[in-house]
Structure formats: structure tokens, C-alpha cells
Design a protein around this ligand. Structure first.
Ligand code: NAD
Length: 503
């Protein structure tokens, strides 16, 4: 803990936004305290931005794109800048991991993984931006017909608190690689690592206005990014209800939208699955990152014939998970992000009980061993659920697993698809044909066979149904920051004669 705290900024220093290449405080003179969810302590003070600050940042991004030459920037130069960010970040893994753990609560082993992932994102998109991406067409006329891809322009990016650094980098890196300019807003609760990343962005020498950081509330600072006619695309990760608001606001200016939203993902285990592996991943699917993962396997679908044995092992192991301060190296699961969010998770647990589900373990706030100062909830498992219960239908975004049972493949598929979400899903079985049959029927964008959670920056990330629109990461994510332009070049310059030339 002490070592991690050494990376914090002095509390007498108000941490600032980064607009048009300068560090600025908001004219509002407001500030916001940043809290460590493991103990409720204030760990930072940041300037509280306003709609006007967003507008200033958007204008800077607009000017950088339209007038100052970023549109004409060379892919090789953009790649070099992105690689410099990667190198600088890689040299400071422990610092960035500590900031995310102190600010979000997640265990250090997860934060370290996140920083490594962020480094890789900068490198991946640095590589991608110099690769050719156009096409030519063989057309009937004497014409060179081609398609080129160009940056969309000014992009507003709004992110949640569950992966403070990685959510930012997986938006910034592809946008810059594509040649866009960026205004990004972190979640109110978790600005610290992104502010620190902007120190690196400042050092490596991006031109003023190319990447801007605004801080503050979603309803003002964030809303401006989805409403402004000067923003060409809004890329949002967060809750489905916020996504609906953003899409409505963006509709007024026909802005492009990218939405990465919530989930209630099914993890389907057949009786013939490798037992130890399936139990292990069922735990990892829901309790990694305290269950604050959009793609969490929050519904476990078990084939009836293995139900008793599986649940006994799963419950025993869930109760062994070490829950504590993420900065303690032995911690396996941290606190929830805020008191408000913890109460929301506890509300769903109460609703589960009221609706008649059986609580197998957990279900309570942890208040012993100093944990009463933080927002800790025990790993929780419900069984005897029905498909229409809130704990089956709604995203809880915490360490709460709901078990459903099935006896046939068809029933498993119907239950798996039985929510408004379609982000992720997994199937555990040793029958390869069955695995593929089930995955083929699963209405979800991110799927696994005999594993849960691993995904790669090379592959597209995004959801079906109400889990989102568009994809991030990989070449698909890169394309989302590019417009498509067709160019037809006449190779035989002569009048068409369509309208007769009369005297
Ligand atoms: P949230 O929707 O409450 O907030 C996300 C961001 O949106 C914050 O920065 C917030 O300030 C901003 N915001 C809020 N209202 C806004 C408005 N009207 N206009 C513009 N911006 C606004 O979500 P959260 O509680 O921070 O995060 C949890 C949610 O994020 C979960 O539902 C989770 O599933 C989702 N999530 C999805 C993915 C994915 O890739 N699909 C990844 C991580 C998290």
C-alpha cells in the first residue's frame, strides 16, 4: 500500500485537464475529490470541468484537424508518436498499475495486466496505421476507380470506471492511428491514470489540440461531446441506458456512434466438460475485477446431471477467494467502485432473495478487518432462479453469479439468448461439434470455447443486441475511425456528349 501511495499526486495540487496542448483548470473553479474504494480515503483532487471546457477542447481538436495540418499528418509520423507513448508507458508499469488499483480497487495483478495491455494497444495501432488500406475496382468505363480511407475527423470519447487506463487507450490509439483528433472524458470516479497518461502524451510531442482531456460530469462535459455539431463521431463505453441517451443526442447531428454497452453473459457448462477447468473458469468469469466487467459470465448455465457436484465445488471455492485491498499482493478480489454502486449491488441481492432465488454463498457486505471503510461485497452465488428474475435479466456489475439449469442443448441456447444483451458467452464441453453448434446459435459478439475472458487487441470487441453498435480493437476497430471515399479518375479525358452542344 505504502509503495503504491508514493505514486499519488500531492492533495494540495489540483490535477488539471489537458486542452489544446496546455494543462488547464476549469473556469468554474470547482473541484472533485477522488476516492480509494478500499478505504474511502481521498487520493486526489481534480478540477471539475464544464460544458464550456468541453467546447474549448472540441474547438481545439477541430482546429488541429482542419487547419493545423493533422489531416495531412503522415502515418509513419503518427506511428512514431504512438510507439513513443508505448515505450514511456512500459517504463512506468508499476506507477500506472498502482494508480488504477488505488483508484478503482482492482488487485494489482489485474492492474499490471491492464497496463501491459495498454502498451500493446499503442504498439498494435502504431503498426496498423502504416499498412495499406484502400481498394481499386474493375469498372466498365475507361476509369481508374478506387476507394480510399480517411480519418473521420474530431472524435469524442467517453469511458467508464472499470478499466480506467485500458478503456482510454483502446479508444485513443486507434483514433490517432487513423488520423483523427480526440477529446476524451474519463469517468468521474477514476481520472487519475488517464491524467498521468497525458503527461506522456504531452512529453512525446503531439501537436496542440490533437489529443485533449476533459474532466467532469457525464450530463454536462460528456453530453457536449455527443451533442456538439463540431464532433464527427462519439465513441462511448458504459451502461446501456446511458448509451441510449448518447445515441439520441448524437442523432440530432447524424454523428457516427460507437457504443460498447452492458452485458449479462451466459457461461454454458455441459456435463461432458473438463470439470476442474469449467469450475475454475466459472469463478474467473464472474469474480475477476470484482464482477465489474461488461463481459462477465454473470449467468452460469449448468447441465442438470452435473449440477450437485459442480455447485458444491464452485461454492466452496468462491468462499476461499481473498477479498481485500487491491494493493496487498495476496488480494484476489477488490472492493466495488463506490458506496453508491455497492448499495446498487446489495439491492439486486435483496431482489434476488425476494423473488425466491436461493443464496448459496455471500450476499453481504464485508465489514471485518478494516474492510468496513471500503466497499467490499462477498462473492455471491444464487441458484433456483427463473428466467424473468431481475438477477437474470439485469446487469448487476458486481460479484454476483446467478445459476440456471438445463437438460438439453436447445434449452441451453434458449436460456443463453434470453436477455436484451448480447455481449459475450462461453461453452464448456469436450464435444467439438456441440461446442460449435452452440456458439453458432449464441447471439453475442465475443465468445469462447473451454475458456472465459481471454481476448486480444488483434480481434474485434463488441456486442450484439442491446450490448452495442460497432466494434473496437483489431482492424475492425481501426476502420470505425475511418470514412470511406470513392474516387473515379477519368483515363480518357474527353467530353461525354450527354447533352448535345448546340450553337
Ligand atoms: P455509465 O454509463 O454510468 O458512465 C460511463 C461514462 O458515461 C462516464 O464517463 C459518465 O460520466 C458518462 N456519461 C454519463 N451520462 C452521460 C450523458 N448523458 N452523456 C454523455 N456521457 C455520459 O457507466 P459506468 O457505470 O461508468 O460503467 C459501467 C457500465 O459500463 C456497465 O454497464 C458496463 O457493462 C459498461 N461497460 C461496457 C464495456 C464494453 O466494452 N461493452 C466495457 C466496460 C464497461
Amino acid at each position: 500500500m505504502l509503495q503504491a501511495k508514493a505514486f499519488l499526486t500531492d492533495l494540495n495540487t489540483v490535477q488539471r485537464m489537458y486542452i489544446d496542448g496546455k494543462w488547464v483548470t476549469s473556469d468554474s473553479n470547482g473541484t472533485r475529490n477522488v476516492i480509494n474504494p478500499a478505504n474511502g480515503e481521498i487520493i486526489g483532487v481534480v478540477t471539475e470541468g464544464t460544458r464550456e471546457d468541453s467546447q474549448k477542447a472540441i474547438l481545439a481538436a477541430r482546429r488541429a484537424f482542419d487547419k493545423d495540418g493533422w489531416l495531412d499528418s503522415k502515418a509513419r509520423d503518427r506511428a512514431a508518436l504512438l510507439n513513443k507513448v508505448a515505450d514511456a508507458l512500459e517504463a512506468r508499469v508499476e506507477e500506472f498499475a498502482s494508480l488504477d488499483t488505488l483508484n478503482n480497487g482492482k488487485p494489482l495483478r489485474e492492474s499490471r495486466y491492464d497496463v501491459a495491455d495498454a502498451v500493446n494497444q499503442f504498439r498494435y495501432f502504431a503498426g496498423l496505421c502504416t499498412k495499406p488500406h484502400g481498394t481499386t475496382y474493375d469498372v466498365p468505363d475507361d476509369m481508374q476507380a478506387m476507394v480510399v480511407r480517411e480519418p473521420i475527423g474530431v472524435v469524442g470519447q467517453i469511458i467508464p470506471w472499470n478499466y480506467p487506463l485500458v478503456m482510454a487507450t483502446q479508444k485513443i490509439a486507434p483514433a490517432i492511428a487513423a488520423g483523427c483528433t480526440v477529446v476524451i472524458k474519463p469517468a468521474e470516479q477514476t481520472p487519475l491514470s488517464l491524467i498521468r497518461l497525458f503527461e506522456i502524451i504531452d512529453e512525446v510531442g503531439f501537436p496542440p489540440g490533437v489529443i485533449n482531456l476533459v474532466l467532469g460530469a457525464g450530463e454536462t462535459v460528456g453530453a457536449e461531446l455527443s451533442e456538439s455539431p463540431l464532433v464527427d463521431k462519439v465513441a462511448f463505453t458504459g451502461g446501456t441506458d446511458t448509451g441510449i441517451r448518447i445515441m439520441k443526442a448524437a442523432a440530432e447531428t447524424i454523428k457516427k456512434v460507437g457504443l460498447e454497452l452492458g452485458g449479462k453473459s451466459p457461461n454454458i457448462v455441459f456435463a461432458d466438460a473438463d470439470f476442474e477447468t469449467a469450475v475454475d473458469f466459472a469463478l474467473y468469469a464472474i469474480f475477476a475485477n470484482q464482477g465489474e466487467v461488461c463481459s462477465a459470465g454473470s449467468r452460469l448455465l449448468l447441465e442438470e446431471s452435473i449440477y450437485e457436484r459442480f455447485v458444491a465445488e464452485l461454492t466452496a471455492r468462491a468462499q476461499q477467494i481473498v477479498v481485500g485491498d487491491g494493493t496487498d499482493e495476496g488480494t484476489e478480489m477488490g472492493p466495488l467502485i463506490t458506496e453508491e454502486h455497492m448499495n446498487r449491488v446489495l439491492y439486486y441481492i435483496e431482489e434476488g432473495k425476494k423473488e425466491g432465488a436461493t443464496l448459496l454463498c455471500g450476499g453481504n457486505r464485508l465489514l471485518d478487518n478494516d474492510r468496513d471503510k471500503g466497499f467490499f461485497v462477498a462473492p455471491t452465488i444464487f441458484t433456483d432462479t427463473k428466467p424473468d428474475m431481475k438477477i437474470i435479466q439485469e446487469e448487476i456489475f458486481g460479484p454476483v453469479l446467478a445459476i440456471q439449469t438445463f437438460s438439453t442443448e436447445e434449452e441451453a441456447i434458449e436460456l443463453a439468448n434470453g436477455t436484451r444483451f448480447g455481449l459475450a458467452g462461453a461453452v464448456f464441453t469436450t464435444d467439438v461439434a456441440k461446442a460449435h453448434r452452440v456458439i453458432k446459435k449464441l447471439r453475442a459478439g465475443i465468445t469462447w470455447i473451454n475458456t472465459y475472458h481471454p481476448t486480444y487487441n488483434e480481434a474485434p470487441w463488441g456486442g450484439y443486441k442491446q450490448s452495442g453498435i460497432g466494434r473496437e480493437l483489431g482492424t475492425y476497430g481501426f476502420d470505425e475511425y475511418l470514412e470511406i471515399k470513392q474516387i473515379n479518375v477519368n483515363l480518357n479525358v474527353a467530353p461525354s456528349g450527354w447533352f448535345e452542344k448546340r450553337k
